[in-house]
Write a protein that binds this ligand. Structure first.
Ligand code: FAD
Length: 471
């Protein structure tokens, strides 16, 4: 009559199927394991979030009569040890990445030892093996995937949180959140931008429901707007809100008469997250290798100084630097700008997409193996359903279209703010009189562009054309 609930990226009480199953026992052990070795260790921003989120979860568990138990080490050993010690049955929500084979082993070992061990679908709308093309193969292209799953949206209603929880077994004390974050000043500033935890996630979702969600098709393309997109990504990554809950709110907005097209667009983006997990599950090698094998021998450059300038937001290309500095300051970057900075790195700078993905995984609070690697492969042109390699974003034109008043650039690259909007996005072209008036000295107050956009674009296209597969 004791249940062990293994919590991972499902740090919430509502709509948590494993918790709902385990909550029927007389005693419950809500367990978080700091995995060592971890299949893919979280980056610095992710660990900052995790620590806060676990703390919020511990508070909530305590309020309902329970508390968080933490252990550090190998999950296989810890789970079997605790299950044996307490004669417990074990519950968890499934994950779909590199931990799968291990999780399967754990389940089998627990069952062999006589425990009930059950896993549940808590983190996705559609488990990867439940969606297939007419011929039974996995999808590789997004639009048909979306068409296949759209009719199924909303088929499972989210469940409410339990009103109370069984206590911990006698003699077992709650530990509270483990210290997993770096004590680095960099992470302290993340406090100004985020409220990790289930109630922070709920507030975000409530704030975005209704008019902002209906306006999404226009507002999502404006990186300067703070509320143009939902900013739910880190909450979804850590499972503080489930995609079922987000979908239910979106479908309710349609029922209430909000602009259907807007909300459908939002749902399509939410389903990109599903698609990313679908791809990583069916093609696990794409976490590290190009999905399109023609890119296996691509002549990427090795240029650590260019990489460092990109990471620091000192490329001299304003929209790119604004994005990289937004990332450094807040742990998040607008989707449009993610595409632009990724294009600059992989095309104009000709650096491997994996280097960009690694930096994002260290600095994004929403860093997620499936979505990040899919996003990078998309940008690099090597993904399944990717932007073609020859589509090189022009960061000046992108800024003109999506940051027409130069507000986003001025916020994150303040040394360019005194320039008129037109020159903020291409300061190298500023007439000398205007530059003087604005106190702008190219190469002194702001770096010269690290690459010439035109010739570096041609270099990228030439590299691509040299691949035997393209001749
Ligand atoms: P909204 O526009 O409000 O969308 C709602 C939700 O839908 C998001 O929270 C997210 O869960 C999902 N979503 C939206 N767009 C995408 C997408 N293109 N792919 C997958 N899911 C999506 N997203 C991550 O969650 N983690 C990552 O590590 C990540 N890395 C990326 C790297 C690159 C190079 C690119 C181009 C995109 C990446 N994305 C990643 C996708 C996207 O940029 C973010 O999900 C989005 O910006 C998060 O902001 P939001 O919550 O306001 O999104």
């Amino acid at each position: 009559d004791i249940a062990l609930l293994w919590l991972r990226h499902d740090l919430r009480l509502a709509d948590n199927p494993a918790l709902a199953a385990a909550a029927g026992y007389r005693r419950l052990i809500p367990l978080y394991i700091v995995e060592e070795p971890a299949p893919r260790p979280d980056g610095a921003a992710g660990r900052w979030w995790l620590e806060q989120s676990l703390d919020a979860l511990h508070q909530e568990l305590t309020r309902l009569g329970s508390g968080l138990v933490c252990r550090q080490g190998d999950p296989e050993r810890i789970l079997s040890g605790l299950a044996a010690e307490h004669g417990a049955d074990v519950y968890w929500n499934r994950r779909y990445g590199p931990e799968r084979a291990r999780d399967k082993r754990i389940k089998e070992a627990l069952r062999e030892a006589g425990h009930t061990a059950r896993s549940y679908p808590g983190n996705l709308l559609f488990e990867p093996w439940t969606v297939a093309t007419g011929s039974g193969t996995p999808y590789r292209v997004y639009t048909p995937y979306w068409k296949a799953v759209r009719p199924r949206l909303g088929e499972v209603a989210p469940q409410p949180a339990p009103a109370e929880l069984p206590p911990l077994p006698a003699g077992l004390e709650a530990d509270g959140a483990p210290a997993v974050a770096d004590r680095h000043p960099w992470t302290a500033k993340l406090d100004d931008h985020w409220v990790p935890g289930e109630s922070g996630a709920r507030s975000r979702l409530c704030a975005f429901a209704g008019a902002p969600m209906a306006d999404y098709p226009e507002s999502r393309e404006r990186p300067a707007l703070l509320e143009g997109t939902s900013r739910l990504s880190p909450h979804l990554h850590f499972g503080e809100v489930s995609p079922r809950q987000v979908t239910a709110v979106a479908l309710a907005c349609i029922e209430e008469g909000h602009h259907r097209d807007g909300i459908e667009t939002f749902l399509q983006e939410l389903v990109w997250r599903e698609f990313a997990h679908h791809i990583l599950f069916h093609y696990p090698a794409t976490a590290d290798e190009p999905m399109d094998p023609r890119f296996a021998d691509f002549p990427w450059r090795d240029a650590p100084e260019d990489l460092a300038a990109w990471q620091r937001g000192e490329t001299g290309i304003p929209l790119v630097d604004a994005g990289m500095r937004e990332l450094w300051a807040t742990g998040w970057m607008h989707n449009r700008v993610r595409m632009v900075v990724a294009s600059l790195l992989t095309k104009n700078l000709l650096l491997p997409w994996q280097r960009g993905a690694e930096w994002f995984e260290d600095t994004l609070v929403d860093a997620d193996l499936a979505s990040n690697r899919l996003g990078w492969q998309w940008a690099a042109g090597s993904g399944a359903d990717a932007a073609p390699y020859f589509r090189v974003f022009n960061p000046v034109r992108q800024a003109e279209r999506f940051d027409p008043d130069g507000e986003y650039i001025a916020r994150w690259v303040p040394e360019l703010a005194p320039l008129p909007a037109r020159w903020r996005r291409q300061p190298w072209a500023t007439p000398s009189g205007t530059a003087r008036e604005a106190g702008f000295t190219p190469g002194v107050t702001y770096p010269h562009p690290r690459v010439d956009l035109k010739s570096s674009r041609e270099r990228a296209l030439a590299a691509w054309h040299q691949l035997p597969a393209f001749n």
